[in-house]
Design a protein around this ligand. Sequence first.
Ligand code: PMP
Length: 349
Amino acid sequence: MPTPSARRALDDIPVYRPGKPAESDELKLSSNENPYPPLPGVMEKATEALGRVNRYPDAGVADLYAALARTYGLPQERFAASTGSVAVLFSLLTAFCEQGDEIIYAWRSFEAYPIGADLTGARTIRVPLRPDATHDLDAMAAAVTEHTRVVIVCTPNNPTGPVATHAELERFVEAVPDDVIIVVDEAYVEFVRQDDAASGLALADHENVIVLRTFSKAFGLAGLRVGYAIAAPSVAESIRKAIAPFSVTDVAQAAAVASLDATDALAERVETIVAERARVLAALRDQGWDVPDSQANFVWLPLGDDSLDFAAACDPVSVRPFAGDGVRVTIGDPDVNDRFLDVAERWLK
Ligand code: PMP
């Protein structure tokens, strides 16, 4: 009996298999989440919106686009929002790529890129990171061909942590043809403190540069799923066309808008995480670890073949191993970070 078969593009996409759940939220340093509860004002606004979930959400996401336009001083036409910046990226790739096209990204980088890219049926080209775990933007520019539609730059890079420099990104934007989309994924931008770090936003006047940002990390709304692109109006419009209707719920929208208003509390929390990141990085280096810089809310241990064993040794603290490559550890509460640091110290002995 013939059975329905999915597109061949799906063949290499792994089925999601949940790992062992963390014993508690505090012990979960595996998903780059924010350890803090929602920002002031968020619960009230979200709860209000919860009272009318018998209604469909606002399909035009009007409040959020208005709030983003105010925040950035840009016209609303330049934004496209969906259920997390991953969903925005998938819609963008769907809108611009098909079989016969090429999509370039660095590797190792964010795990969702291969899924979104493969779904389109396009060919993907992975350009290895440099030994210091940074993007090799010159090599990525050199990999562009007449078939290339999209190049993704993740800065800070998940899971390794460093940023591209602004000079490097500028040179890259100059080198890549104007009809190739450059996605600058800035999911962790609020945590960046390096003076010469790349800013996708500063280059977003180029019509082929698209910046991705999210409420999931610094703003602490990972569970509500809101992210957005900042793009040229025509590009933003194409992305919005490819987003499933009613993706952003009114609860998520209300929470996101309220979060944008809580600038002082946000700055304070981000500063605490940045300081804790510096403490964890310094402690690891004191212990003798050779770890790359991180400008995000996690650190990277290049453990190679020991990655899975190290993650097991961290139990019950839950960290994220990438088999054969390394382990990513989110900056959490100081006492949980200390438990991870204890394991790291014993590991080297
Ligand atoms: N980009 C990068 C580099 C990420 O690490 C993440 C979250 N893991 C995202 C995008 C997506 O975040 P979200 O879909 O929650 O907005």
